[in-house]
Design a protein around this ligand. Sequence first.
Ligand code: AR6
Length: 170
Amino acid sequence: MKKNRLEIIKGDITNLNVDAIVNAANSSLLGGGGVDGAIHKAAGPELMEECEKLNGCSMGDAKITGGHSLKAKYIIHTVGPVWHGGYKDEPEVLASCYQSSLKLAKDKKIKTVAFPGISTGVYGFPKDLAAIIAVNETRRFLLKSSYPEKVIFVAYDDDSFEVYRKILKQ
Ligand code: AR6
C-alpha cells in the first residue's frame, strides 16, 4: 500500500474539502454534542430531515447521508462503543465502525474520507488505543480496496495529533 493513502490533519472536520466526512453519532442518528453537534450545525437542518428517515443505526454499523451545506458531498454516520473498561468488546465494536464506514465509502467510490476519533470524546474510549484500531483497520481495508483512495485522520487537539503521528510512523 502506498504510504500517502493515510494522512493526519489537526483541526475541525466540518471545514474539510473532502468527499466524505465521518460522524461520531449515537444510535438515534438524531444529533448530539461534540463532533455530531458541530456537523449538524455546519450541514444545516436538511441533514436532520434526512437522518430522521434512516431509522437509527446500530453500534458498530454505519449509514450514509448527503453533506448538505458542507463542502463534503457525503456524511458517513457511525455509532461507536461507550468505553466500559474494555471488557465489553469495545475494541471489536470500534474496529467494526471503521470497517463499516470504509465499506460504505468503497461502495460509493468515494475518493477521500476523513474520520474524527470515533468514541474518544464523551464515549470515553482511550485515545491511544482508539488510534491504533483506527489506523490498523484502515490499513487492513485499504490493502484489499482501491477505494477510498485516501483516508484522513482528523485530530482535534495537539495530543491526538501526536498519538496518530506516532502510530503512523510504525
Ligand atoms: N472536528 C474534529 N474532531 C472533533 C470535533 C470537530 N469539530 N469536535 C470534537 N471532535 P465526541 P464520541 C473530536 O464526543 O466520543 C455525541 O453527542 C473530539 O475531541 O464528539 O464518539 C454523539 O451524538 C473527540 O476526540 O464523540 C454521541 O451521543 C472525537 O471528536 C456521542 O457524542 C469524538 O468525540 C458520541 O461520543
